[in-house]
Design a protein around this ligand. Structure first.
Ligand code: PLP
Length: 423
């Protein structure tokens, strides 16, 4: 459920007309609903209410906007970060360092040192080599790095190949059948002094999962691994089950609910005796945002017209990257319908949002939205084709604010330099 609804024929975010926001801020622009974000955070937490010990770490990469992080910090979420840049955002939003998990396959030594200095709660190691390096950096700094080993369970998440992370050939984690040995060797690195403290296992098999079955298969394997490691006399107190629950991008699609997910987790982990950690991203932010756009022009095509909108693949990359679907709705629909190709102005054929799609009839100058754009939307934006970096707005009841300004091409041009030998 979200808070984007028609009132008097005009699409609103909570109590604010999207037409009013477009008037004030211009287009394209992302619009987030605070109430929707907070609601998704609560529903996710409630879904896990039966579990004894839970830590929630919002996957910052889904939507790292500072105001978004503030809302989630107020809901008691920590953060799953994949760079020091994301860590600094989580800290700036007031999330406690102890609630931050540092994931990512290519953490640099400098990033590890910075995260240790900040006192983050857990490093999710993606290789034995990374663990050895972290142990040395922590010891040199007189710090103890709490760590989990990310395991690749070789489970097919059944999602798009580019957001699948848990197959043996993917770059993430250590191979399942070598994980117990690696865990034992890394655990042996922790002496009595500072350094590495292995405390758990982590898994994340992919994103936009439409079914719980692959997650259940992965968690079941992780439980077996946990028992095997404990049987060696080693402690495993934390089990990080990652993120990945999908969201409906098409009206009417049904996805597993947080309650169903929580029930499955409770069943699989009943006898684990570990703190369970979760890293939801898309399920929190996805339906909390729309990309507001204006139709520039409608031009005839071979089989149906091209609706050319002022948003493009640099603002919302998902259709170009993953062939993703985003529902397209007129802000003030006339009741008429049309079938169209929806495209942006960028000079690439991949700058296509939809082909031959039945949509609300729109004409040049009309406003429209791409729905479910709150996750992996603005965060992936670029300035390709020397376009502006898209602004972001947050609505809260009847008030709203720009939470990320549009960065115009002139500002980006001003950061470029021509060396004197070219002048
Ligand atoms: C991207 C990512 C997540 C979040 O995935 P969603 O599908 O957005 O829930 C969680 N954990 C890790 C390690 C990730 O890379």
């Amino acid at each position: 459920m979200d808070h984007f609804d028609y009132r008097d024929g005009v699409l609103h975010a909570e109590d604010v007309s999207l037409a009013a926001i477009a008037e004030a801020v211009g287009t394209p622009a992302y619009v987030y609903s605070r109430a929707t974000l907070a609601r998704h955070a609560r529903v996710f937490r409630e879904g896990l209410a039966a579990l004894p010990s839970v830590h929630l770490a919002y996957a910052v990469k889904a939507n790292p906007n500072l105001a978004v992080l503030k809302v989630l910090a107020a809901e008691g979420f920590g953060a799953d970060v994949v760079s020091v840049g994301e860590m600094e955002r989580a800290l700036a939003a007031g999330m406690p360092a102890s609630g931050i998990v540092f994931s990512g396959v290519g953490k640099t030594g400098a990033e590890m040192a910075r995260a240790l200095a900040a006192g983050i709660g857990q490093f999710n190691l993606e290789s034995e080599e990374e663990g050895v390096e972290l142990a040395a950096i922590a010891a040199a700094l007189g710090k103890t790095a709490q760590a989990a080993l990310r395991v690749n369970p070789d489970v097919d998440a059944g999602t798009h190949g580019k957001i699948s992370t848990g197959k043996a050939e993917n770059k993430f984690g250590v191979p399942y059948d070598r994980a117990d040995g690696i865990y034992a060797r890394l655990a042996a690195l922790s002496g009595s002094g500072p350094g590495l403290a292995m405390r758990g296992l982590a898994v994340h098999i992919g994103s936009q999962l439409a079914s719980l079955a692959p997650l259940e298969a992965a968690f079941t394997k992780m439980g077996e691994l946990m028992r095997a490691i404990r049987a060696q006399g080693l402690a495993v107190t934390h089990m990080d089950l990652g993120g990945g629950i999908g969201v409906p991008y098409k009206a009417g699609e049904i996805f597993p609910s947080p309650a169903e997910y929580g029930a499955m987790v409770a069943r699989v982990t009943a006898d684990w005796g570990a703190t369970l950690m979760f890293e939801p991203g898309r399920v929190i932010a996805g339906n909390s945002g729309v990309l507001l756009t204006r139709v520039i022009r409608v031009k005839p095509g071979v089989s149906c017209p091209f609706v050319i909108v002022d948003a493009a693949m640099n603002d919302l990359a998902r259709p170009a990257l993953y062939d993703a679907w985003h529902d397209f709705l007129a802000v003030a629909p006339t009741g008429e319908a049309m079938t169209a190709n929806i495209v942006g102005p960028i000079c690439e054929s991949s700058d296509t949002f939809a082909m031959g799609r039945p949509i609300d009839a729109v004409a040049p100058g009309d406003l429209a939205v791409f729905r479910t754009a709150g996750a992996y939307g603005a965060t992936m934006a670029s300035t390709y084709n020397s376009r502006a970096l898209v602004p972001e707005v947050m609505v809260d009841g009847n008030r709203w604010a720009v939470v990320a300004e549009r960065i115009d091409p002139a500002t980006i041009l001003a950061a470029e330099r021509v060396p004197e030998w070219l002048d």
